[in-house]
Design a protein around this ligand. Sequence first.
Ligand code: ZN
Length: 105
Amino acid sequence: MTLTLRECLPDLVTELEALLRAENETALAEQVQFLEIVDRCRCGDRSCATIYTAPKPDGAWRGDLRNILLNTDGLTVLDILDERIVCIDMLDRDAITKKVHKLFP
Ligand SMILES: [Zn+2]
């Protein structure tokens, strides 16, 4: 079963699209609604709601990697690999954390 960001976290989709457009990251904004959630981070930190939108590699990501820090409650950083959003790092975003942990026990 595939979980899309749009189905699971529609408010997050709206938020990310708006913030990316505000940063003139139009191509990335257009990806957001199509992102699939592969898994969540398993670091064990209860405030962590990080989700992978591409399979996590065994080691480091390979390719052209950059990060975008977004202005949200808590902390939100997008990992962009070869201009694809591969990970959404989120910390201290309580409402989202609850949903993510429920989706991926
Ligand atoms: Zn984590």
